[in-house]
Design a protein around this ligand. Structure first.
Ligand SMILES: [Zn+2]
Length: 359
């Protein structure tokens, strides 16, 4: 593949309820994710591509010609990256953001410790000396509506088992914003193949639900590095990421070896705001839970110092933003925010604790 790399915006609009796999639990509720993980996007597009291009044999498997197989592998096993899709395109809140413990709908006293000297945060709110208790913020800025339906468990004799109920949560296409947006990135000829797809099925119970329209648009924004005045680079995950050290042990931040290799100079992690998350799900074909992977969650934020070198090479940073970080990137892990993040703190005159976060 010699085609230049490019990126397209992906828009997915639910037409039917969808249940997106989350970790298997022992209670009677099947939950759903409230965003579309990158690996779900990849699986849905792979299935749509197969439905359009390949012949399904009587055993249910898809029959592919050798050059079709080659294209399938290029599309879904290495050359294209699928970001998560978020409702209304609202990315997760960075973990370096702090705010009132009880803030209701008023987000005006939030601040970002990644923009503070020494990356520290005070115990109480420094804005206007209001001194309310503060805590780290995280999660999704916008969540789509979810419906939960309960049913009885049907036993082997075909009748309801007394006292056994189970519930299934699904994203509801009738409520709120059910357009999810994200990015695909890869060689432009391969992106051209994917952008011809227009209908996908996502999540579990695909014969009955999960139907969605998908379309692709040119990206209007080009990646813009988030660099502090002293040359420190801020990287923020918008997808879970898998980081390991040289021995394969899990790390809560990207390894300095990976950062230094991609950035082409010494790079050290000056500060990490991160949380562990277990990623699991259901293998649709077998109906069994997948093995779980230990990942660092979306929203994790890292301050990367160039040490004595002063600053990072801008072109290398931009290519890092397109490449992502960590392992299994082609499966939907390790996507980075493509532009600087700033909280909209309402500053009073003369408050020196907080600074404007423009570059
Ligand atoms: Zn406050």
């Amino acid at each position: 593949m010699t085609s230049a790399r490019a990126a397209k915006a992906v828009m997915l609009k639910l037409a039917e309820p969808a249940q997106l796999a989350t970790l298997a639990t022992s209670d009677q509720l099947n939950r759903t994710e409230t965003y579309v993980p990158g690996w779900v996007v990849r699986g849905a597009l792979a299935n749509a591509w197969l439905t359009q291009h390949a012949v399904r044999t009587r055993t249910g498997r898809f029959d592919l010609e050798p050059d079709q197989r080659k294209q399938f592998v290029s599309l879904f096993e290495g050359n294209v990256r699928f970001s998560p899709l978020y409702a209304g395109g609202q990315l997760p809140v960075p973990l370096s953001v702090f705010g009132h413990k009880h803030e209701d709908a008023d987000l005006s006293h939030r601040f970002d410790a990644a923009h503070e000297d020494d990356f520290t945060h005070p115990e109480v709110c420094p804005v206007d000396q209001c001194r309310q208790r503060i805590e780290g913020k995280r999660g999704l800025a916008a969540t789509p509506s979810v419906v939960t339906r309960s049913s009885v468990v049907v036993g082997q004799d075909g009748t309801a088992v007394k006292g056994l109920l189970f519930s299934r949560a699904s994203l509801d296409p009738r409520g709120g914003d059910t357009t999810f947006t994200g990015v695909i990135e890869g060689p432009s000829d391969l992106l051209g193949v994917l952008t011809s797809l227009s209908h996908v099925r996502i999540g579990g119970r695909r014969t009955a639900q999960g139907g969605a329209a998908v379309n692709f648009e040119e990206l209007t924004q080009t990646p813009e590095p988030d660099v502090l005045k002293n040359g420190t680079l801020l990287l923020r995950l918008v997808a879970p990421a898998i980081f390991v050290d040289d021995q394969g042990r899990s790390l809560p931040h990207p390894s300095e070896a990976e950062l230094s290799r991609v950035l082409g100079q010494q790079a050290t992690v000056a500060k990490a705001w991160s949380r562990w998350e277990r990623i699991g799900g259901w293998h649709v074909a077998s109906g069994l839970p997948k093995h779980t992977e230990l990942a660092v969650c979306a929203g994790s934020t890292f301050a990367i110092s160039p040490g004595g070198h002063g600053s990072f090479d801008r072109d290398k940073v931009i290519s890092l933003l397109g490449r992502g970080l960590g392992l299994r990137r082609h499966e939907g892990f390790g996507h980075l925010r493509q532009s600087p993040f700033a909280v909209k703190t309402q500053l009073s005159e003369g408050n020196s604790m907080l600074k404007e976060t423009t570059l």
